[in-house]
Design a protein around this ligand. Structure first.
Ligand SMILES: Nc1ncnc2c1ncn2[C@@H]1O[C@H](COP(=O)(O)OP(=O)(O)OP(=O)(O)O)[C@@H](O)[C@H]1O
Length: 682
């Protein structure tokens, strides 16, 4: 068989690298040539401008564009080849399709074709045949192609780690194929942003990544199950699978905040794809609400909940996060259609426009959002009056009609209707709005929903696939807005256990009610943390279904201190120890902003950074932050200060503690003074 031994593999790697070098040289030549031609063409146009007609100019412009395009494609091709030169492939399956010879299939991050022999030397991990690598052990196997399923058998499976063009190891695997390499990958320290996982994608993960049928895919997965990773690889897969029709700018990621967006921003470029546009929910809200509103952000809502116990505030959030709320809004919309018109004949000069005409016209436009119908009906009325009077209307008359028609309806401002909604409910106290029109967070998407239904919003029709992370933080009314705004396919992921606001959280079941056509996948295997850390986190929120990966590290420690000052000193020592520990990242994760600020002050003079809501980038090394902001991130080591009964008491606190502890990959330390929190007793 080809490339049997390690020696042969090493020689083959050199051969492939050489071919890659040649290919890069060819691309370079092509780039040079195309830029020379471009220069010539421009020069030619410059010289002959005076004698060229419009058609000549258009043709010349087009040919320049074509050359520039070829140039860009060559540059991008070169980038991919250079990357392959560093690490050409990570896997190999020797596959014999039925009645055919065995061929080795090398799998890498991009494909690489031997142009002269027209042979695929490396297959893109997203190619149909590459799914063999993820989906099967040795023996019978099959893969689906657009033209049907190919049956056959896998005779060998091999994995490689090639870095900087050097083979660090190769492994033949028969049964538990990925485990060894996966273990090595997971044991590594995390120095910076999220990385791609193409070499070790697991079977259940692969099924989600390659799913082509789901119009809505909901991924509920335990902490560290790879949800975010999978979702990003799924985007890369879709870009590959539908490359004729979908480009990176057709996709949209709705992310919880800028730090998270920055944290994940490397994955697609690593996979050779362009950056995907991203919006935070707050940015989307600001865009959809428009002026003149300002609003409390989700961060501020959660902080307010943590800072003071306010039953009325909680009650408002709870109600506005319910399905009942959404259905009340829908009923209200029906109610106003049926009750808020005051019908009367319209008199314009000597012409009377009868009620029946008006009603009939409003009915004709029933598909148009309510508040947009008035202008359309006014036009109809103008035509009616013109015909009746037998002459053109004066500007004054036209304006009169424009004002009279809306008067048939009680309200025209969405905010007035939103206020009225609470009166109609008999609970005006549920809307708290100050004179500067600052909305509570729980009102933001409700108001947007009304606006969407009453005025229509079409701003996001170009999006072809939407990715929503941290789904548990959004409520039925959020999803009602998203489902009307984005008619495209969606991938929605999250974990109910990691909600930072239990009064407004959604489980996969809740979201399924909004998207009944959704395919729901549940992931139980947790990859991030050592068994010791995962077991510890289970004491906070137990999940009997969770399957931790067998990877070991030090037991988490819970350190008692005699005073807060001593506690801060302990944290300081931990940060000092971090510098020489071999760990690359350390997260000091606090419950509140105040705690984070206090700890940060106590660490003055050390190389520590603070992550706040205003941060726009993920920071490396040691950082102090809050659990809310740390959600979705991970660190080699985590320190959770102030884990006392005083600070971690409520249901919200418990969730935050869970989020904080599950951020740790290898090492976890809690410190407290006074009594220890009861959240750990489970
Ligand atoms: N198949 C895999 N191979 C290698 N690493 C993996 C794999 N799946 C997950 N991981 C790693 O596990 C960690 C957690 O992944 P990720 O952040 O995507 O999980 P998550 O479910 O979104 O986590 P959380 O909800 O806790 O934020 C990451 O370091 C990721 O690289």
């Amino acid at each position: 068989m080809m490339n049997d031994t390690e020696q042969q593999e090493r020689e083959y790697l050199e051969e492939i690298k050489e071919q890659l070098t040649l290919a890069i040289r060819r691309v370079d030549d092509a780039v040079k040539q195309s830029s020379a031609e471009l220069r010539q063409q421009k020069h030619y146009i410059h010289e002959h401008q005076s004698s060229m007609d419009d058609a000549d100019m258009v043709a010349a412009g087009q040919s320049i564009n074509r050359m520039a395009f070829t140039g860009e494609a060559a540059v991008s091709r070169k980038r991919k080849l250079l990357k392959l030169g560093q690490s050409p492939y990570f896997g190999r399956v020797d596959f014999a399709a039925k009645n055919q010879a065995v061929t080795p299939v090398y799998i890498g991050i991009h494909s690489f074709l031997d142009e002269r022999q027209r042979r695929n030397l490396i297959y893109d991990w997203r190619a149909p045949i590459a799914s063999l690598f993820y989906d099967f052990e040795l023996g019978e196997a099959s893969y689906r192609t657009p033209s049907g399923t190919i049956q056959g058998a896998i005779e060998r499976k091999r994995q490689y780690k090639i870095r900087d063009g050097r083979m660090e190891f190769m492994l033949d695997s028969d049964v538990n194929i990925n485990d060894d390499v996966l273990q090595r990958e997971l044991a590594k320290s995390s120095d910076d942003k999220m990385k791609n996982i193409v070499a070790t994608i697991q079977r259940d993960q692969n099924a989600v990544i390659r799913n082509e049928t789901a119009s809505v895919m909901i991924i509920q997965g335990v902490a560290g199950s790879g949800k975010t990773s999978i979702a990003l690889h799924r985007m890369a897969f879709l870009l590959y699978r539908y490359r004729e029709t979908i480009a990176a700018h057709d996709l949209l990621i709705i992310s919880p905040n800028k730090v998270f967006a920055d944290y994940i921003s490397n994955v697609l470029p690593e996979l050779g794809e362009e950056h995907i546009p991203e919006l935070s929910m707050d940015e989307l809200a600001a865009d959809l609400l428009g002026q003149p509103y300002t609003f409390q952000t989700f961060f501020e809502q959660v902080s307010a909940l943590l800072e003071h116990h306010n039953p009325a505030f909680i009650e408002r959030i709870r109600f506005k996060s319910s399905f009942d709320f959404l259905s009340q809004l829908n009923q209200y919309l029906l109610h106003i259609e049926n009750n808020y018109f005051t019908w009367s004949d319209l008199r314009v000069g000597r012409t009377v426009v009868p009620v029946a005409f008006l009603q009939q016209k409003f009915r004709t436009f029933h598909r148009v959002p309510l508040l947009k119908r008035f202008a359309l009906v006014a036009n109809e009325v103008r035509a009616y009056v013109r015909d009746a009077a037998g002459r053109k209307l004066t500007g004054q008359e036209k304006a009169t009609i424009g004002e009279a028609v809306p008067r048939l309806f009680k309200f025209h401002q969405v905010l007035d209707l939103y206020r009225d909604f609470y009166r109609w409910l008999g609970k005006p106290e549920l809307l708290q709005l100050d004179h500067r029109l600052r909305l509570e967070y729980a009102d933001v998407f409700a108001l947007i929903y009304l606006r969407l239904r009453l005025e229509g919003i079409t701003a996001y029709e170009h999006v072809k696939h939407l990715l929503i992370d941290e789904m548990q933080d959004y409520t039925p009314v959020h999803y009602a807005v998203l489902s009307r705004l984005f008619l495209c396919r969606k991938t929605i992921l999250g974990d109910v256990s990691q909600t930072v606001n239990p009064y407004s959280s959604s489980s996969a079941d809740t979201i399924e009610r909004v998207f009944p056509q959704a395919e729901v996948v549940t992931l139980y295997r947790s990859y991030r943390s050592t068994l010791e850390i995962t077991t510890f986190a289970q004491r906070i929120i137990p999940n009997p279904n969770l399957i931790p990966l067998e990877r070991h590290g030090p037991e988490p420690t819970v350190t008692h201190c005699n005073s807060q000052a001593e506690e801060l000193e302990t944290v300081r020592q931990l940060v000092e120890a971090f510098a020489g520990s071999g760990n690359q990242s350390l997260g000091i994760i606090c419950k509140t902003r105040q705690h984070a600020a206090q700890v940060y002050r106590a660490l003055q003079g050390l190389d520590v950074q603070q992550l706040t809501e205003d941060s726009t980038t993920f920071k490396e090394g040691a950082v102090v932050t809050t659990a809310h902001l740390a959600k979705g991130l991970e660190f080699d080591a985590v320190v959770v200060p102030f884990a006392s009964a005083r600070h971690y008491t409520t249901e919200v606190d418990k969730r935050l503690l869970y989020v904080a502890c599950t951020r740790a990959m290898h090492q976890l330390t809690l410190t407290y003074s006074g009594a220890i929190t009861a959240c750990l007793t489970a």
